[in-house]
Design a binder for this molecule. Structure first.
Ligand code: PBG
Length: 307
């Protein structure tokens, strides 16, 4: 019966496929038959410029959401940091997997820490957040445009085109490249992207078969962290050119959050933080606290949010 096969949509990058295979294996262990469908997204097609210049958010996600709405796939596996907070009508998250370590890592033959990069070093990134953070820490270091998937970026570093790159530790580990992910940037000095390190599963909210097939994959602690982070992001409502960073940590008792909006040139930054005790059912408290943190920061960061 066709409807008993769960069709799983993913981008074709090696990282996206690794994450999707992990999800498919877990679902198969519950006795559900799966099929993986590769879908090319705008973010995979545009490789010659920063995605902030390509006009928008969700460029790794949109075609997957269209495939869900067209019933070409039943679930979509995403890196949650690429997923806009507003989802199309009828779609929602069916599960959020246990979070991998959320930090960024510095990869460079010259230095293990940002402070130790050589004077005037060329750092490859196309992220507005990472560029602003580098300029803030090291005004002499120039971010240079670097697009492409993780393997492409590593090979450009290795060929000497750049002196350093910054990547998410989670992606490197999932690709079996943990050996390159040793120099984590401490979150006290360098906040990651909101939702970094978390993989989520999107589905049609009306699809009870898919909903049941993935429900057991959900990690409630990660879910609380992401509810908080995404509420912060939604309240700020920045543009794709606004450097925003933040991280929530929840240990089953205390939810701690720090978030930051930076001037794109790194000349300034505004941060906020809180710590509250909530229980594992405290989703609405997590959302409210995240939203209030975003609302408190919003007027102070207004110039950078409207870019
Ligand atoms: N924007 C691309 C992207 N989306 C998710 C990850 C890493 C995996 C994750 O954060 O879950 C990456 C690569 C990177 O930033 O190094």
């Amino acid at each position: 019966m066709a409807e008993s096969i769960l069709r799983i949509g993913t981008r074709a990058s090696r990282l996206a496929r690794a994450q999707t295979q992990m999800v498919a294996d877990m679902i198969a262990a519950f006795g559900v038959v799966t099929e993986i469908v590769l879908i090319k997204t705008t973010g995979d097609k545009i490789l010659d410029r920063p995605l902030a210049d390509a006009g928008g958010k969700g460029l790794f996600v949109k075609e997957l959401e269209e495939a869900l709405l067209d019933h070409r796939i039943d679930i979509a596996v995403h890196s949650m940091k690429d997923v806009p907070v507003q989802m199309p009508e009828g779609l929602g998250l069916g599960a959020i997997l246990p979070r991998e370590e959320p930090q960024d890592v510095l990869i460079s033959p010259h230095a293990a820490r940002i402070q130790d990069l050589p004077e005037g070093a060329k750092l490859g990134t196309s992220s507005v957040r990472r560029s602003a953070q580098v300029r803030r820490a090291r005004p002499d270091v120039s971010p240079v445009m670097l697009r492409g998937n993780v393997d492409t970026r590593l090979s450009k570093l290795d060929s000497g085109e750049m002196d350093a790159i910054i990547l998410a530790r989670a992606g490197l580990k999932r690709l079996g490249l943990g050996a390159r992910a040793v120099n984590a940037l401490p979150t006290e000095e360098w906040l990651p992207s909101l939702a970094q390190g978390a993989v989520g599963i999107e589905l049609r909210l009306s699809d009870s078969f898919a909903t049941q097939a993935v429900a057991r994959l959900n990690d409630e602690k990660t879910e609380i962290e992401l509810i908080c982070e995404r509420a912060f992001q939604a309240a700020l409502d920045g543009s794709c050119r606004t450097p925003i960073a933040g991280l929530a940590r929840y240990d089953g008792k205390t939810l701690s959050f720090r978030g930051e909006v930076l001037a794109p040139d790194g000349s300034d930054a505004i941060a906020t933080q809180f710590s509250i005790d909530i229980d594992i059912y405290g989703k609405s408290e997590a959302a409210r606290a995240g939203r209030e943190a975003g609302e408190a920061l919003k007027p102070k960061a207004a110039n950078w949010l409207a870019l």
